[in-house]
Design a protein around this ligand. Structure first.
Ligand code: GLV
Ligand code: MN
Ligand code: MN
Ligand code: MN
Length: 378
């Protein structure tokens, strides 16, 4: 299966993946998933946003779901998302090879727009599928070209996940914990609270040559000091703060910009620490704006609370926290007993072409997932 996916959306220059939601490479993978499900005789159910569950109808009662997402960040790795979908299908194959007869329906799910790289809201699909987000609140979200979500999908209709009794997401690990512990597979204990905050800095466009330094109202300068302040604040508190996206207007080499918009991604070990980090960065940015003659507006775009995974998988593997967001966090917050399995990533790098995983570790992940599903569906 993996060889089917590997070329889709891969950039020849960087080796990274561009699988933007509702665009060609991601849709190609979505069609591939439907083919795989049909080839296994699974019953497909989808919602109007494009979330899909492929059911192995069996037994009775609330279903056990496993899966992940097929979209990627801009220039992302091969495994973030697709590994969980491929492993879910492979776990179904493994269970059938074992002759297992589920006592509950088993589903393989694919959620759309997990990364939020197109419409800005991470886990968009699972928020809609679980009922955490309404279609009327989502329909007007716009991508960087101004295209609204409602322009690319129909949306609306019932939430897909009603009647789901448990969810397990397998994911490539996005840090170094399993490498340090010399373990191929681990289980997640929790997801750190995290959020995205839009910082709009406004100043005055002016000539780069003729404007004296003292006469400038330069929002890029305010932004630069804010990025340094965020980095320092996060280091001091052992938390995470990143400015990874910037829009500069008019974006010319020989003009002081009039506007800079930057997005802060902040992640902390507690909700109090997250609030305090964002407050500290906002305060320092506002002070700096006062000195630069610029103005600042901060808009939280999405904030996710702490998630503790309550579903005990009974595996004897390392249990590790993560500061990455996942659809599993949304389902857990919606009250569905949820767990995550991680597969070791030797590079320890993710959201980058350098993300990797070894075939033997991936197979260990599939076996662990199959064991877990067998227990949950017995
Ligand atoms: C999604 O992968 C995130 O944690 O940003
Ligand atoms: Mn990701
Ligand atoms: Mn992911
Ligand atoms: Mn994620």
């Amino acid at each position: 299966m993996w060889s089917d996916l590997a070329p889709v959306g891969r950039s020849a220059s960087s080796g990274g993946y561009f699988r933007q939601p509702f665009a060609s490479a991601e849709r190609e993978l979505a069609a591939w998933f439907v083919e795989q499900a049909e080839a296994r005789g699974l019953r497909l159910e989808s919602d109007a946003t494009g979330n899909v569950v492929a059911w192995w109808d069996a037994g009775a009662g609330a279903g056990v779901l496993t899966g992940s997402h097929l979209d990627s960040v801009l220039d992302g790795g091969a495994y973030d998302g697709p590994l969980g979908v491929v492993s879910a299908l492979a776990a179904v194959d493994a269970l059938r090879a074992r002759g297992f007869a589920p006592q509950r329906p088993l589903g393989v799910s694919v959620f759309v727009e997990e990364e939020g790289s197109r419409f800005g809201l991470a886990c968009l699909g699972s928020r809609l599928a679980s009922g955490a987000l309404t279609w009327s609140a989502a329909a007007g979200l716009r991508d960087r070209d101004g295209v609204a979500l409602a322009d690319v999908v129909e949306g609306g209709g019932p939430a897909l996940l009603e009647g789901v009794g448990a969810f397990v997401e397998l994911h490539v690990e996005q840090g170094r914990d399993l490498v340090d512990r010399d373990a191929p597979v681990g289980v997640a204990s929790e997801i750190w609270p995290h959020g995205r905050y839009r910082f709009d800095f406004a100043g005055e466009a002016n000539h780069a040559g003729t404007t004296r330094m003292a006469d400038r109202r330069d929002p890029m300068l305010t932004y630069a000091m804010t990025a340094l302040a965020a980095n320092k604040q996060a280091r001091l508190a052992d938390q995470r703060a990143t400015f990874g996206r910037l829009e500069v207007t008019p974006n010319g080499t020989n003009a002081v910009p009039s506007h800079v918009t930057a997005w802060l991604d902040a992640r902390c070990s507690s909700e109090a620490a997250l609030a305090s980090l964002v407050d500290a960065v906002t305060r320092q940015a506002a002070e700096r704006a006062g000195r630069d003659g610029t103005t600042l507006t901060v808009t939280p775009e999405s904030v996710s609370g702490a998630v503790a995974f309550g579903l005990d998988l009974g595996l004897d593997v390392p249990v590790i926290p993560t500061a990455a967001g996942h659809d599993a966090g949304i389902l857990a917050a919606a009250g569905i007993p949820t767990a995550m399995l991680f597969v070791r990533n030797p590079s320890g790098v993710s959201h980058s072409p350098a993300e990797t995983a070894e075939p033997a570790d991936c197979l260990a992940g599939v076996e662990a997932l199959a064991d877990v599903l067998e227990r949950l569906a017995s």
